[in-house]
Design a protein. Structure first.
Length: 372
């Protein structure tokens, strides 16, 4: 594959990031590929789950998201399709001339199979992109896919990559971490009106205990500090627990607004789902990259940087339990210089190793390896 490549990316949504953190990285990655001179087309199904839920955030939520997306990513060509009758004809038109098709794991089996059926007609390469824990927690879901028909898999952590090789028998698999879209995530000068912020979703009881220990309990003790939470899918009892600890719940935050929120806060928290703290050690989620890229001092619940992506203790602070989190937050809220040092260190590492531009170059190298 010499010269500019023609990419086709299929993701759940490009427009909506409502409970869809994968959009963060994919937008930045594809935008960087366009900047490098490659042809990129992005696809999403009409009226998908994420955009339907986004509509519940307010009368203008979807229109606002579309306008914000177009302003932030004017170079991305997003095309919409419907499943069922007409899908095959649409794909035949769109995939003719493609070199590489990347299918994110949050796509329907119907779409995956339809793309793979066209692979040998048009002779493009197909990569499966996994940025979720299901390969570890629910492998049957992944094994429903015809993995042997892909040319390889991109796994967002080495622990996931090993599952694809040892558990699923996919021979060509690469560790392909997410990264910060530094065209949109960078330090912003702002006055501070929040002491500690956590941006994240409550989810499916996958970190309830962790949130209690590393967010709710510290907020109750540090009652003079102003804690705030942004996210979705918070049940009534969760909202009651936040309120009881004087944590302000601010609801859904469009991801492109997150840098301003980080700028308004003295400290940000990272509370990973428990899978990423045990069996999937070494897999940071997108919020780690984004918080550090925004120059936010980051305090983390237990997480083992098994792949050496960062410098623990320099780029971020990691604590073993609630008491240690309380102690570290109390110290950092009092020590402006310590916060500045951590923020500068984390930002340095992001810019040196973990931007979407870095990952775009890595993907191009992977595409060239597909020819060998």
């Amino acid at each position: 594959m010499n010269g500019p490549l023609s990419f086709r990316f299929f993701a759940h949504s490009w427009i909506s990031d409502w409970n869809h953190g994968n959009a963060h990285f994919l937008r930045g990655l594809t935008s960087e590929l366009v900047k490098l001179g490659h042809e990129v087309r992005c696809y999403e199904e009409r009226d998908g789950w994420s955009i339907q839920n986004l509509a519940s955030e307010g009368e203008n939520a979807v229109d606002d998201a579309k306008a914000t997306f177009r302003q932030a990513f004017p170079n991305l060509n997003v095309r919409f399709y419907s499943t069922g009758q007409g899908l095959r004809e649409f794909l035949e038109t769109e995939l003719a001339g493609a070199d590489v098709v990347v299918i994110h794991e949050w796509n329907s089996l119907e779409v995956v199979n339809a793309i793979l059926e066209l692979k040998h007609k048009f002779w493009f390469r197909v990569l499966f992109h996994d940025t979720h824990h299901r390969a570890y927690t629910n492998p049957k879901e992944i094994l429903r896919l015809p993995l042997n028909e892909f040319d390889g898999a991109l796994a967002f952590g080495d622990a996931i990559r090993r599952i694809y090789i040892d558990g699923f028998g996919v021979k060509r698999t690469w560790t392909f971490h997410e990264a910060a879209d530094t065209a949109h995530f960078f330090p912003i000068d702002s006055s501070k009106d929040t002491d500690v912020v956590w941006i994240g979703n409550w989810g499916d009881e996958e970190r309830t205990r962790e949130l209690e220990e590393f967010l709710i309990a510290p907020a109750a003790v540090l009652s003079d500090a102003k804690f705030a939470v942004h996210g979705v899918r918070y049940p009534k009892d969760a909202l009651e627990r936040l309120a009881k600890s004087n944590i302000e719940f601010r609801g859904y935050l469009p991801n492109l607004h997150a840098p301003k929120m980080y700028a308004r806060s003295k400290i940000s928290l990272h509370v990973p789902r428990r899978f990423y703290a045990n069996g999937l050690s070494g897999v940071p989620t997108i919020r780690v990259f984004e918080a550090l890229a925004s120059g936010s001092p980051l305090a983390c619940a237990p997480w083992n940087d098994a792949e050496g992506l960062f410098r623990p203790g320099q780029d971020y602070i990691c604590v073993p339990d609630s008491a240690a989190m309380i102690s570290e937050l109390r110290h950092l809220l009092r020590d402006d210089r310590a916060r500045q040092q951590i923020a500068a260190s984390g930002l340095e590492t992001i810019r040196a190793r973990h931007t979407c531009a870095h990952r775009a170059q890595q993907l191009l190298e992977i595409c060239h390896q597909l020819e060998s």
